[in-house]
Design a protein around this ligand. Structure first.
Ligand code: ARG
Length: 473
């Protein structure tokens, strides 16, 4: 009887009991989240299947009822997968759409599903389950990116390029060493992501609206079925906590920041002024007006998309900062930033992974550039130190030599020995050995150094560890 009344007045079937007038269409649109949270449908159904099983275990549902509910939920899942499910904005969100479809299918039995739970613990459970899957995908893409980067390091372990500080030529390095620096950033991202997963992997189901439930629920049962390894320890915290979303987005921001820095380098290196690399045509586009142009739009877009991921982290932090315990509807605003961060990151990682093997290295150009800009000046200072000149004095002497070279419009290696000796009498013929870029990189053969031998060793070690991590999955 009551239901007919609600229907007549078009009041929400799930919570309209105490309402006497209907919500305006505008308010319905304003509050509805089904447009975006339907993405969680598969997880919402998984969560309901586990909850149903638990309700039977504790005697709230008979085994026939459990079977009927579960069978019907599976059918709903199939219709969602096939795209034939009709989502309704009037039913607000993914949870109520699915529950309404269940009740429409099987009547009163369907109405028992929501016993001992609330949308508050349900949504947190759904998001956590969904995010764990995304984390597993992302971590495996990161390993693929690392693998491609390290393989490039192996191929270019002895390719000499200038290393920069302040974007000024600093010291010669190997391109392989530069690639291994990129690898380190992703290695930390991978570790951060796995650490974040530990906190996503916690089951809030059973916290209900805020205080838990009076039914003697078995939270370990649902946790096992859903694949959670921990159960939340406080119902207020469990329904309102979104740290795990923020933590993921902080990871995503850091990873995007890395992708953006690397993209920036690719853009600079591909410029005709640098001419260190060519990006294959697949990753560039032309200009509609300037026929000569080949633009590195792909790394530019990665750099550009980084902004939205940072913005989403900030919006989530702001979303949470003023909320009193426990659940508030504000929390509905966590989904779009999270979804967009996940999508953007995955797309950027995939495209970056594809792009790396398409970096064509212009070795001559890098070498030429490494030989300019007095990149071996530090080697010369170290040479003087090895001949008992205190480092500060050596620094000064080399500074004067560089000044001389600038005035003579030549490189250090072009200064003849007699002129050299006028700057310091400890300099002898063997000075030219340390002035070559090859000698400079070769000498840095300690752990973490740029010597080709060391780079090749480090790269092989990295490939092994990537292989091991891939095998563990
Ligand atoms: N759509 C809501 C969200 O995303 C689900 C929980 C709603 N709970 C409530 N009591 N209104 O957070």
């Amino acid at each position: 009887m009551k239901e007919t009344k609600l229907k007549d007045k078009n009041i929400n079937q799930s919570w309209g009991g105490r309402f006497s007038s209907e919500t305006s269409d505008f308010v319905k649109q304003f509050t509805a989240s089904v447009d975006f949270d339907q993405r969680l449908a598969e997880k919402d159904i998984e969560c309901s299947l586990a909850h149903t099983s638990m309700l039977q275990k504790i005697g709230v549902l008979t085994s026939d009822e459990r079977e009927l509910i579960q069978k019907s939920l599976q059918e709903i899942a199939t219709s969602i997968n096939q795209g034939s499910f009709e989502w309704s904005e009037d039913l607000e969100d993914v949870h109520m759409n699915i529950e309404a479809a269940l009740t429409a299918k099987i009547g009163d039995v369907g109405k028992k599903l929501h016993t001992g739970r609330s949308r508050n613990d349900q949504i947190s459970t759904d998001v956590r389950l969904w995010l764990m899957d995304q984390i597993d995908d992302i971590s495996s893409i990161i390993l693929d990116v690392q693998k491609n980067i390290v393989e490039l390091a192996v191929a270019e372990h002895d390719t000499i390029m200038p290393g920069f500080t302040h974007l000024q030529v600093a010291q010669p390095i190997t391109f392989g060493h530069h690639m291994l620096a990129w690898n380190q950033m992703f290695k930390r991202d991978y570790e951060r992501l796995l650490d974040c997963r530990k906190r996503v992997d916690c089951n809030p189901l059973g916290s209900a609206a805020i205080a838990g439930t009076g039914f003697e629920i078995d939270r370990l049962h649902t946790s096992n079925l859903l694949g959670f390894s921990k159960v939340s320890e406080n119902s207020l915290d469990a329904v309102s906590d979104r740290d795990f979303v923020i933590e993921f987005c902080a990871f995503a921001s850091t990873c995007m920041m890395h992708l953006s820095r690397m993209s920036e380098e690719l853009i600079i290196w591909a410029s005709s002024q640098f001419n260190f690399i060519n990006l294959s045509d697949k990753f560039c586009t032309g200009s509609s007006i300037m026929p000569q142009k080949k633009n590195p739009d792909i790394p530019e877009l990665i750099r550009g998309k980084t902004g939205r991921v940072f913005g989403q982290l900030m919006s989530l932090l702001t979303l949470m900062k003023g909320q009193p315990l426990a659940y508030n509807r504000d929390n509905q605003e966590d989904k779009e930033p999270l979804f967009d961060s996940v999508d953007t990151l995955i797309n950027c990682l995939i495209i970056f992974k594809e792009m790396v093997p398409n970096i064509q290295v212009n070795r001559e150009s890098m070498l030429k550039s490494a030989k300019s800009g007095y990149s071996t000046a530090t080697d010369l200072a170290d040479y003087l130190v090895k001949k008992s000149v205190p480092f500060r004095d050596a620094h000064k002497i080399v500074g004067e030599l560089v000044n001389h070279a600038i005035k003579s419009k030549c490189e250090l290696v072009d200064i003849d020995i007699e002129s050299m000796k006028t700057f310091s009498d400890v300099i002898s013929d063997d000075v030219y050995d340390v002035l070559t870029v090859e000698g400079s990189v070769r000498s840095r053969s300690h752990l973490g150094g740029t010597a080709p031998k060391e780079v090749s060793k480090a790269a092989k070690h990295e490939l092994e560890s990537i292989k091991r991590l891939n095998a563990k999955k």
